[in-house]
Design a protein around this ligand. Sequence first.
Ligand code: NAP
Length: 322
Amino acid sequence: MAKVTVIGASGKVGQSAAYAISRIPYVTEIVLFGREGGEELLEGLKWDFVDAFAAVGRRIRVTSGTHPSLIKHSDMVIISSGVPRHTGQDRIDLAKKNARIVAGYAEMAAEQAPDSILFVVTNPVDIMTAVALKHSGFPPSRVFGLGTHLDSMRLKSFIAQHFKVHVSEVHTRIIGEHGESMVPLWSATTIGGIQLKNLPEFRTFPGEDMIDWVKDAGHYIIERSGATIYGPAEAIATLARTVLGNENRILSVSAYIRCEVHDIGNICIGVPAMLNRKGVFPIPIRISPEEVDDFQSSVEKLRKVTDEVFEFLGNDEGKNLL
Ligand code: NAP
């Protein structure tokens, strides 16, 4: 039995994620939440959802609106509100704009649903996860972001296509920033349980090209269809199901690390973490020296922007996330 609130439900990702989440058997209530002025749109969506549930014979309560009290007793609060990046706008400018939005909603969620788990989708997601952590005052285990989960799934699917095997035969992971400096963990990539580098085909394996494609996939989709919708929605629903169903799966999400990756810490970044009903718990890992170097570069890049955003928000002690 779980109540899930989606803040930003009037948006493309928010509404499709809410619908994907409504199929999770443990979810008994969904709140479609948005900012003031969006009540009518949210109400329309609510009744469309109700029709869909009637069509499939699903019993689930749906509410919608903009009043903070709707969030009360939520087990999970998902934040996908944010402004999209305009052509020519730099990432830091976008980060500052979205940080204000996410900070406000994180505070609201903490006030209304103090025992909930906060799940951040808004980009740049690693920095927004840090903002939500700080502004909710929640322990790190109860705040996480979509991080590199979708990137990891994209890579998994490309590897499966390349080797012509079922996706379930491929285990792989991308860590680091959800962005340019993401780090594929080839050392943790297996096909049918066999390490990638032990396969004869490894010599001709186009790993670099695949990562370039993963990095560009979001832009490629947005350029052609206007938005990434179904990929993020299903990725969000998978993570929500893993947490709410207490599944103890290890997935790559943006989480606060202390020292789990070669003693690097005090940052929110994509890492493998165990997900269950208590929250998100990064797994201590050892990776190859090249991967550590790349991860360190990704950390430094994020740390710089995170500090700038915290300075902008007026968190003087921002350099220490807890
Ligand atoms: P969208 O369709 O433009 O929706 C944006 C949502 O944010 C709407 O609900 C909108 O509310 C709300 N919003 C905009 N400005 C706001 C403000 N100042 N205060 C409060 N709410 C505000 O965008 P989208 O495609 O759903 O994407 C949403 C976010 O998810 C973006 O940041 C996007 O980059 C991110 N995202 C992340 C990933 C990932 O892998 N981490 C993947 C996909 C998308 P109104 O309807 O009232 O305007």
